[in-house]
Design a protein around this ligand. Structure first.
Ligand code: HEM
Length: 424
């Protein structure tokens, strides 16, 4: 039988977005941002200065490369206004953050060009399509295969054996990339390394996608590559045309890139949070109707990314603070998602909180395209975890689980070593 899921062997741990190794490679610390952000809650909602400087940590972003002033946007209201006003707070920052590796994509485009491009794939990521096509075709099968492997034993590192392979398997399978090639493909798209390494990886991924796109153009299948090569995009004048090969390729690169590491880390954070709050885990195990709000709460409480950047396109005033055109603004999800005006005891995890809007998946025109898919993957995975891993608990032979990664981006557990009684 051929394997549907990507099997991450231990040798890949160091190369494939293991949060701790990635942080070390980038020279970042592995400090928990929340104690450092706490003092900012009492100050003004918009502050001059880079977020790292306010937190007293080494810079992870490099806002100086744009040459303008730098501001940090901290409160829920202010972050919301910045996310929602894309004309003033644009994604031009990604011309330097993602374009060198991924080319022109949704991330760095704005306005009509962004909207027309996003409309191409919107139907394939809306809730009904993720609950139906993605879940039924790919997620359920990948989860089953992963849990069949897990239940052959009674201890595991769920970070490496569940959280990492699941999203990569689902996204690769949904695209139509064979599981045997998915790991090589994802590695080739890593956003760090020397320019030469990144160019080599890019060329490898492009070659593989070109081959698959040619195959699907001639012989369409029920996968996303086939959808992309046959998709229409609207021109500025309202007429339509097919996506070019190059556009389809860049779109695929972005989605495959964005759909792996984020869900890995966020699912890992969710499992870690539940194991550290056993009474809440038990409530959820017994009452699965709480699943949506539990995931909403963990993503509020600890989003894998703490802050995103925006470019200030024109002079503006936000919460009484003047920001000049050409400045860089940090939109701090970490403080906005724990705004004291929005939530009671926001530093506490409470899965019984009524679900409420927050910024773990961004907001506005660039809000996460894959958010419904990723929530759905987490739901199916957590459901299987409760059904098939009985008496789930931390493995006492390992040190307590810890979060690593950058302080501002890409946080997730370093390992999730657990013991359990296998079921089924
Ligand atoms: C828990 C998992 C995830 C989290 C926390 C997350 C978070 C985010 C955030 C915060 C943004 C906005 C970035 C910004 O405004 O600068 C974003 C954008 C995006 N995400 Fe996700 N994401 C997740 C999973 C996924 C998945 C599974 C996919 C696709 C399969 C995906 C595809 C995208 C794309 C394409 C964008 C760019 C959208 C645009 O610029 O229009 N994400 N994500």
């Amino acid at each position: 039988m051929t394997s549907a899921t990507v099997d991450l062997s231990v040798k890949d741990r160091g190369t494939l977005f293991n949060p701790d190794d990635e942080a070390k490679a980038a020279g970042w610390g592995t400090l928990d941002p929340y104690p450092l952000l706490e003092k900012l809650h009492d100050g003004p909602p918009v502050v001059k200065g880079a977020l790292e400087d306010l937190m007293g940590i080494p810079r992870q972003y490099n806002p100086g490369m744009w040459g303008g002033e730098v501001y940090s946007i901290l409160s829920f209201e202010a972050v919301n206004k910045a996310f929602m006003d894309g004309e003033t707070f644009s994604n031009r920052v990604y011309e330097r953050l993602s374009k060198p590796a991924l080319g022109d994509t949704l991330l760095n485009l704005d306005g009509g060009e962004h909207k027309r491009l996003r409309n191409v794939s919107k139907p394939w990521f809306k809730p009904s399509f993720t609950d139906g096509w993605w879940t039924e075709m790919w997620t359920v099968a990948a989860v089953k295969e992963i849990f069949d492997r897990l239940t052959e034993k009674d201890q595991a590192d769920l970070n490496l054996e569940l959280c990492a392979p699941l999203p990569m398997s689902v996204v690769s399978a949904g695209f139509g990339i064979p599981a045997s090639e998915a790991l090589e493909f994802r590695k080739a798209l890593l956003l760090h390394g020397s320019p030469e390494e990144m160019a080599k990886g890019h060329a490898f991924a492009a070659e593989m996608l070109t081959r698959l796109m040619e195959e699907r153009r001639a012989n369409p299948k029920d996968d996303l590559i086939s959808r992309f090569v046959h998709a229409d995009i609207e021109n500025e004048d309202g007429s339509t045309r097919k996506l070019t090969n190059d556009e389809a390729m860049r779109y695929c690169f972005l989605i495959i890139h964005a759909g792996g590491g984020t869900t890995w880390r966020q699912l890992g954070i969710t499992i870690m949070a539940l194991l550290n709050h056993p009474e809440q885990m038990e409530m959820l195990r017994k009452d699965r109707s709480l699943m949506r709000q539990a995931i909403q709460e963990v993503t509020r409480w600890y989003p894998t990314d703490t802050a995103f950047l925006r470019y200030v396109e024109k002079d503006t005033v936000l919460e009484g603070v003047e920001l000049k055109a050409g400045s860089i603004a940090y939109l701090c999800l970490g403080t906005a998602n724990r705004d004291r005006k929005q939530w009671d005891k926001p530093d506490e995890l409470d899965i019984m909180r009524p679900a409420k809007r927050h910024f773990a998946f961004g907001a506005g025109a660039h809000a996460c395209l894959g958010q419904h898919l990723s929530r759905q993957e987490m739901e199916v995975a957590l459901g299987a975890m409760f059904d098939r891993l009985g008496d789930l608990r931390w493995d006492p032979d390992y040190p307590p689980a810890a979060l690593g990664g950058g302080t501002l981006i890409g946080r997730g557990p370093v390992a999730l070593n657990v013991r359990y009684t296998p079921i089924g």
